[in-house]
Design a protein around this ligand. Structure first.
Ligand code: RAM
Length: 886
């Protein structure tokens, strides 16, 4: 046999990427003592598969290595590469470990070790915290929005020989720290929003480079944020978590001689009123640059006129490390137009409904005040702020009179496309020239998740719809999954996330962020098992307080963990949430009683069915108790599956039996002998078909036909709300009505997905007709132009239109099943799975269907083309041609 050419020989060795640690993008300050590891094998010879792996962990200079049991001896363990157990000794606080992975194939040859990943534990024990929350002495009225925030500072010495410095920081309210005049990190709106009383997140920053030998200073900006700022609608509530505004941090210095020093927040810090005059999540920020104190966060600043601080109650047991990435600015957009409204107003159009805030660069006399008011839409040529309800959504900057001033608000964010600018200095033409020169820039912010899913097709409108879903997701994943980003609400409505979680998991790696949010959900769950309408819970009008159990919203407790398991292969999230999930089902079981029908109590049902009147979005075509019982069955089945995965045999059996009983009760109560349902509406059929609640194949076929008939009778206009919309496309395509699913998807008349796109939407709207066909804004009290729920169809576009879906948890097995239709000539999806990148694309050419699919190393796949037998695919690139379906 001849020797392979040199480049072949190079490629004959598998190449492993640096391992990932739990779901962290940057494993600095992690909270896991035994973090699980994952790795992707980016190249390997054809037919290669991992049979063993070796994890090398270097700690404190010492190396330990952990080799999997040899699979050749009959164990499968050696093939695992996703969320593999931490080898060896658990981490202690501040421990650093350098991890490399090598893999072996059946030929017995080891790969080279992967590049290293350095991980570092955070403060894992409450006793590690010596800092106390400190803030200015309270002297303001706790019940107004006009509370001036404070800034805090402290000076300290650093000896020669510093080798590493960490800042562990959090706040009651929001914080941004500076050291020696430079900002610490790029996190925004830290520490985000959790159930602070139980779980207050802290961030860990490497600040070694910011420090100098000798005198140093640390400063912190503070804001009210969610902790004590106004939250909720109809006036809302203040001080939901406390009335203080405090910084809690400890700066830890490590020296070459082994010495350690801590600079904690304590009584010795100083405080002063902030140049921020007021700041609120909903209202925006007022900043008076004349009140800035240059050099305040540098050493040598004279703070003798500053006040002392007050120490606040401290409960270190509540401090937790983040499980997901922080919020950051990820993109900047320049305005595409500068408009003049009929009143003479000047309005920036960013061309995209986005979430973030505006940074300005301005020159003018001291005392000049520039006001920026934001809106998602225009009405009669002016910004339309009615949908914002009681959110002021304005930023007001007063100039100090320096030659050039640059400012961006710190502790607020807005959902907007348009910004009305008033008070801009510089005379006529000044604003036009300055805008042209880039003086006003929109800064897009959201949880800095890794993008994982892409879709494209031959239809530009469909592509825009998909883009809109991505933008709505970005704008509503701002530390927690919110309903909307612009009005006096922006809270973690559980139902919205429940229906959107599959799409979210397709588009971005949400595993870390949502597992954290699910911990909050469990914390907020009532003792009887009730899952709140929104997490974290805030006080609200009596409709929502006290919490009552509601279907589709409460089912977030069961269905979101399951989605994370399916998409990311994380059994740990099932284990962590099992108790919460089963408590929800147990509660519904008690409420339903022996009939197994959940047919009592307050329900939102198929929220925002387009047939519901604007003032009563729950008044849907589908019986709300039908919805409730369908979800009861679905959640019981899901808890049974969770138990099965976790090896809980008794629970598996009992919840499976319960699920069967509920399904039978559902069929008996809501499905007639001819497959017609008591609510003859698309959502009812979609629920029954997708949740497996019609078992008889003849009835099932009749139900699916009736669903297709209803869609046709409505001229393909959508007739589903939050509950039916994520299910209706699958219900059609999986039961023989693919063409109708395409008709529904591609319809452009109101209401439909593409109606929104044709109306110029750049995000997904809350209502099918947030903008009415006559161009006016829907008069409803609740009219957002940025709500992701109705965008849940994007997951179907990936799985069915392009044809890429997980077939085993974490995409260890992939299903390629493109279903061309709707006149599309091309579609493609790409997904970064835990195993590596996979993709599928198809094209119709010369009466044929040409398909290309890529399977990552470590995964297997099945290719299921219309009219062809299913085919197993190994890792690699595969091209197939099939006859076009008729
Ligand atoms: C609205 C929210 C959310 C929905 C609830 C029931 O206020 O925006 O989307 O879940 O109502």
């Amino acid at each position: 046999m001849s020797r392979p050419p040199a480049d072949r020989a190079d490629r004959a060795v598998p190449v492993v990427e640096a391992p990932r640690v739990e779901h962290h993008r940057e494993p600095l300050g992690i909270g896991e003592r035994a973090p699980r590891l994952s790795w992707r094998i980016v190249s390997a010879p054809e037919g290669w598969r991992q049979t063993a792996y070796r994890v090398n962990v270097e700690r404190d200079g010492a190396t330990t290595s952990h080799e999997s049991q040899d699979p050749d001896q009959g164990t499968e363990q050696g093939a695992d590469q996703v969320l593999v157990a931490w080898p060896g000794r658990p981490l202690g606080s501040r421990d650093v470990a350098v991890v490399r992975v090598a893999v072996r194939g059946a030929d017995g040859a080891w790969s080279a070790p992967s590049p290293p990943t350095t991980l570092e534990a955070g403060l894992l024990d409450p006793a590690d915290w010596v800092a106390r929350p400190v803030g200015a002495t309270l002297n303001e009225n706790p019940n107004t929005d006009d509370r001036r925030p404070s800034i805090l500072r402290k000076e300290f010495e650093v000896r020669a020989g510093l080798v590493r410095a960490r800042l562990y920081a959090t706040a009651h309210g929001l914080q941004e720290a500076e050291i020696n005049g430079r900002r610490v990190g790029a996190d925004t709106l830290a520490p985000g929003w959790t159930v602070y009383g139980e779980r207050l997140r802290y961030a860990t920053h490497d600040v070694t480079e910011l420090l100098e030998t000798g005198a140093n200073a640390i400063g912190a900006w503070l804001g009210d944020g969610w902790y004590r700022g106004r939250l909720g609608w109809r006036g809302g509530f203040r001080n939901v978590y406390g009335d203080d505004q405090s910084f809690l941090a400890q700066l830890e210095l490590v020296y070459a001689d082994g010495g350690r020093e801590v600079v904690p927040t304590d009584w010795s810090w100083r405080s002063a009123p902030s140049p921020i005059l007021r700041s609120g999540i909903y209202d925006g920020e007022d900043h008076d640059a004349r009140a800035e104190q240059p050099g305040w966060s540098r050493a040598g600043f004279d703070d003798s006129a500053w006040d002392g601080v007050q120490e606040r109650r401290r409960d270190p047991a509540t401090l937790v490390a983040p499980t997901g990435p922080p919020v950051r600015v990820t993109q900047e957009l320049r305005p595409v137009r500068l408009l003049t409204g009929p009143s003479g107003s000047r309005i920036l159009d960013f061309g995209q409904n986005l979430v973030g805030r505006v940074r300005m660069r301005v020159s003018g006399p001291a005392g000049t005040t520039v006001t920026l008011r934001t809106a998602e839409v225009l009405q009669d040529g002016e910004i339309c702020t009615r949908p914002l309800r009681a959110a002021r959504s304005a930023d007001i900057y007063t100039l100090a009179g320096r030659p050039v001033e640059e400012w961006e608000p710190r502790f607020t964010y807005h959902g907007f496309r348009y910004v009305e600018v008033s008070g801009w200095p510089g005379g006529p033409g000044g604003l036009d020239d300055d805008v042209a020169a880039g003086a006003l820039v929109a800064r897009v912010l959201h949880t800095d998740l890794e993008r994982t899913g892409w879709f494209t097709s031959s239809d530009p409108l469909l592509n825009r719809l998909h883009e809109n879903v991505v933008w709505s997701m970005r704008g509503n994943f701002v530390d927690l999954p919110t309903d909307c980003p612009q009005r006096d609400e922006r809270i973690g409505w559980t139902g919205d996330l429940q229906v959107f979680a599959p799409t979210a998991s397709t588009l971005f790696d949400v595993s870390g962020m949502l597992s954290g949010w699910l911990r909050d959900l469990a914390v907020e769950q009532l003792p009887d098992g009730t899952v709140p309408w929104f997490v974290p819970v805030i006080p609200a009008v009596d409709k929502w307080t006290p919490m009552r159990p509601g279907a589709a919203w409460g089912d977030a407790a069961t269905l979101v963990p399951w989605t994370l398991y399916e998409r990311f292969g994380d059994e740990g999230v099932l284990r962590a949430q099992f108790d919460s999930a089963r408590r929800w089902v147990d509660l519904v079981d008690r409420l339903a009683g022996p009939s197994r029908l959940w047919d009592t109590g307050f329900q939102l049902g198929d929220w925002l069915d387009p047939a519901a009147p604007p003032e009563d979005p729950a008044d849907a075509r589908t019986d709300r108790y039908l919805v409730a019982t369908a979800y009861f069955a679905r959640s019981a089945r899901t808890v049974a599956r969770m138990a099965e995965v976790l090896g809980l045999d008794a629970e598996h059996a009992s919840y499976a039996a319960l699920a069967d009983e509920v399904a039978a009760a559902f069929e008996g109560a809501y499905v007639a002998g001819d497959g017609r349902m008591s609510s003859d509406a698309p959502t009812a059929y979609a629920l029954a078909l997708r949740f497996g609640l019609i078992t008889d194949p003849v009835l099932r076929e009749a139900a699916a036909s009736r669903l297709a008939e209803l869609v046709r009778q409505a001229d393909n206009r959508i007739a589903t709300g939050f509950v039916g919309t994520p299910l209706v496309s699958d219900a059609l395509s999986a039961d023989g009505h693919l063409d109708t699913a395409y008709d529904l998807l591609l319809e452009r008349d109101c209401p439909s997905w593409l109606y929104q796109v044709e109306q110029g939407a750049t995000t997904v709207w809350e209502r099918w007709d947030s903008l009415l066909p006559d161009g006016t804004v829907n008069p409803g009290q609740m009219t957002s132009f940025n709500h992701y729920a109705l965008g849940a169809v994007a997951d179907w576009m990936h799985r069915v239109v392009a044809g890429l879906a997980p077939d085993a948890p974490g995409y260890r097995r992939i299903r390629f099943a493109p279903r061309p239709g709707g006149g599309l000539t091309h579609a493609a999806a790409r997904h970064l799975t835990p195993y590596g990148e996979t993709s599928v694309s198809w094209r119709t050419e010369g009466g044929e269907l040409r398909v290309e699919a890529v399977v990552p190393i470590g995964a297997t796949a099945v290719l299921d083309l219309p009219g062809a037998a299913a085919e197993e695919l190994a890792p690699g690139t595969h091209r197939r041609t099939a006859p076009l379906p008729p």
